[in-house]
Design a protein around this ligand. Structure first.
Ligand code: DGY
Length: 330
């Protein structure tokens, strides 16, 4: 009998082709995320789940799926999944690391440049016919990106790509990470900073590249924002919950920091009436860090390959809880 899989959003045909060869596919066709209650219903008789980071795959979902052999997340981050519970049930969880690092760093860098050079504001100004005098020396004065100090929090794959981009702009690159990365220091000439306060106080740009865990939740709050330079710019393409969004609003509104570039929010989609959206000194994006055609296609193929491996009882090519195999399960 063919396995049955549930896919919680329309994904690229390359992935559907891979999965369709081994399983019957059920698909959430809508453009909006599958409601939690529907997901709970849909998992009852499936063998594999391919889900998005917007889907909460908690203990209740895992318990509602007695046949489930694999969960494959279409993302590198997996904070939406109760991995401990999946491990306890012997279910391997897959993710899509590596293929999106450069694309996500590109977006972080774009947000940084847009915030520093006020690109979004300048676009609105020009588009709205507000430009009345040319060659005005004081118009839309921004900050230089080149030769500034970039502070990277989280020196994983995406953080390293960010460092590489910073070096291309002759920036002095600092980083703070749980473990010192001497390999990257040697390769890129970046400077390790042992404490977060030191990184925050020395950086012109602070860029977040940590996964969301209990240790990183609200890592940047009012106290941390107060340590930053008044000219500093914060860029977040990691997870919204890493920053205290209310404190960020206050810091931006009161001029404690100069600007921000934000791709991720405490709650997504961000509410249209969120006060943050009223600020001119912020460049916003709707969680599109990995959104290039090539990268999203590679992610879809990786997620499909993880799913198929799990259905076939093989090790997932990219598994976040490989300990499931130690116990002979999964
Ligand atoms: C991820 O893969 O975790 C990203 O946030 C998706 O864009």
């Amino acid at each position: 009998m063919k396995s049955v899989v549930y896919i919680t959003r329309k994904i690229f045909p390359e992935a559907i082709d891979i999965i369709g060869k081994v399983a019957e596919i059920k698909l959430w066709e809508s453009e909006s995320a599958i409601p939690y209650g529907t997901l709970l219903e849909q998992v009852r008789e499936i063998d594999g789940l391919l889900c998005m980071l917007s889907d909460k795959v908690d203990a209740a979902v895992l318990d509602a799926a007695p046949r489930l052999k694999v969960v494959s997340n279409y993302a590198v981050g997996y904070d939406n999944i109760n991995v401990a519970k999946a491990t306890e049930k012997g279910i391997p969880v897959g993710n899509t690391p590596g293929v999106l690092s450069e694309t996500t760093a590109d977006l972080a860098f774009a947000l940084r440049m847009a915030a520093a050079r006020r690109i979004a504001e300048a676009d609105r100004y020009t588009r709205n016919g507000l430009w009345k005098t040319t060659a005005n020396p004081g118009l839309m004065i921004g900050q230089d990106v080149h030769h500034s100090t970039l502070g990277i929090i989280g020196m994983g794959r995406i953080g390293a790509e960010m460092a590489r981009r910073g070096k291309g702009f002759q920036m002095h690159v600092l980083y703070h990470n749980r473990n010192r990365r001497q390999d990257i220091e040697r390769e890129l000439g970046v400077e390790y900073v042992a404490t977060l306060p030191e990184l925050l106080s020395r950086s012109d740009f602070v860029s977040l590249h940590v996964p969301l865990t209990e240790d990183t939740r609200k890592l940047i709050g009012a106290a941390e924002l107060a340590m930053m330079k008044p000219t500093a710019i914060l860029v977040n393409t990691a997870r919204g919950q890493v920053v205290d969004q209310k404190a960020l609003y206050q810091a931006l509104k009161s001029g404690k920091i100069a600007a921000a570039g934000i791709d991720v929010y405490e709650v997504e989609p961000v509410a249209a009436d969120d006060p943050l959206l009223t600020l001119d000194n912020v460049v916003f994006a709707p969680h599109i860090g990995s959104a290039s055609l090539a990268t999203r296609t590679k992610m879809a193929v990786m997620a499909a390959e993880n799913l198929v491996a799990g259905l076939q009882g093989k090790k997932l090519p990219n598994c976040v809880n490989p300990e499931v195999y130690k116990w002979g399960k999964g």
